[in-house]
Ligand binder design. Structure first.
Ligand SMILES: Cc1cc2nc3c(=O)[nH]c(=O)nc-3n(C[C@H](O)[C@H](O)[C@H](O)COP(=O)(O)OP(=O)(O)OC[C@H]3O[C@@H](n4cnc5c(N)ncnc54)[C@H](O)[C@@H]3O)c2cc1C
Length: 349
């Protein structure tokens, strides 16, 4: 039996592993993927971070690029790999946890092929689990290529003909921009009232301004934090106005329905679409954990990552776990430190 099992070897799980190692705790990390950095490598090829180097450091090891540089996804994956090597973090890959249940004070952790036991469990499975695609995608003709943003890599996956990109978040507008660059007609579905902020302003990076005005440390439990965490997050670093003004980009409003030959939007029906990218987000899935309750978004009830329901169970890496920085490379260390201190305090009490 382990003292701790961490589920998930992304930045959140690794930050927790670093803290447990520093405190000489006996632990094991389990990860569903085959190798470190997989969630980053699976994202689209041209992805670069919206946070510059100086906001990407995990605890104990600097992100190895110059200040002001925006790393690509390969560089992030490489950094996570070096991190695991540097701190000799014990990880078992290809272990997707399908059930966690506390029985007689011990956590039973079940994967497809193994059964583990631990006194405490830290869930670090990330914020993005089940891709969401609106039900009308089932009504669309079979000869239309449909991809969720989770599976989109680059425009070479598309067949000839018009494209539709659905979703007005960061992923939607970045993918729209990349496909529009190819010159084909791209229909865009989603609001055109997108709040967008540039990556730099008055010679400083956006994240410099965020930290200067205290935005990154506003707690979700404060009045301002409650308002910020519930609001729509602005798009970062894409010039949305110029993008939507391009001749080959057609704004259609919301997607309403579809049949074999047409897709109907707020602004009319289109029959020429041959490719669709659904950048319509993800739903969390923590239903495999026994005995926990959920908030209105189906995230586990917790205070700063400490489960409200099950003693010895923790969460890290949830969006706005405590602040906007909680689900970022450079911000997760604060939550990991808090949890470590909590764990040590409980033990000492
Ligand atoms: C498109 C995109 C761009 C982003 N850009 C930035 C950026 O510029 N800067 C920034 O700081 N942040 C950025 N983020 C936010 C955040 O840093 C990433 O989402 C990051 O991957 C979250 O790290 P994590 O460790 O919490 O989760 P993940 O990286 O998702 O890692 C979770 C791990 O848990 C494993 N896992 C999941 N379920 C199970 C299970 N049941 N059993 C076992 N293992 C499991 C997965 O295999 C995975 O390895 C971005 C996110 C996205 C989606």
């Amino acid at each position: 039996m382990k003292e701790f099992i961490i589920i998930g070897a992304g930045q959140s799980g690794l930050s927790m592993a670093y803290n447990l190692s520093n405190n000489n705790k006996d632990y094991l990390v389990l990860d569903a993927n085959e190798h470190i950095g997989a969630p980053w490598l699976k994202r689209w090829d041209s992805l670069t971070l919206f946070t510059p180097t100086e906001y990407n450091h995990l605890p104990g090891m600097k992100f190895p690029f110059p200040k002001g540089y925006y790393p690509n996804k390969y560089e992030v994956a490489e950094y996570l790999k070096s991190y695991v090597e540097q701190f000799k973090i014990p990880i078992e890959f290809n272990q997707k946890v399908t059930s966690v249940k506390k029985v007689n004070g011990i956590f039973e952790v079940i994967t497809g092929s193994s059964h583990y036991q631990a006194k405490q469990v830290i869930v670090a499975t990330g914020p993005f689990h089940t891709p969401y695609t609106p039900p009308c995608h089932l009504d669309i003709a079979d000869n239309v290529t449909q991809l969720h943003s989770e599976n989109y890599k680059n425009p070479s996956q598309l067949q000839d003909g018009d494209c539709l990109v659905v979703g007005a978040g960061d992923s939607g507008v970045q993918i729209l921009s990349e496909i529009a660059e190819t010159g084909r007609t791209v229909h865009f579905s989603g609001t055109d009232k997108i709040a967008a902020i540039p990556q730099t302003f008055l010679g400083k990076t956006l994240w410099w301004w965020f930290s200067k005005i205290g935005f990154l440390s506003v707690s979700r439990y404060s009045k301002v934090g409650k308002w910020l965490s519930k609001g729509v997050q602005p798009v970062i670093g894409t010039d949305v106005k110029s993008l939507l003004a391009k001749d080959n980009v057609i704004h259609m409003g919301r997607t309403l329905s579809a049949d074999e030959s047409h897709i109907t939007f707020q602004k009319g029906s289109v029959s020429s679409i041959k490719n669709i990218i659904w950048a319509t987000g993800f739903k969390p899935n923590f239903f495999w954990i026994d005995g926990i309750s959920f908030d209105e978004m189906n995230y586990p009830s917790n205070y700063r990552g400490v489960s409200s329901d099950v003693e010895g169970l923790y969460f890290i890496g949830l969006p706005w776990l405590y602040t906007r920085g909680s689900a970022t490379l450079g911000g997760v260390y604060k939550d990991a430190e808090y949890l470590m201190t909590h764990i040590l305090d409980v033990k000492a009490a």
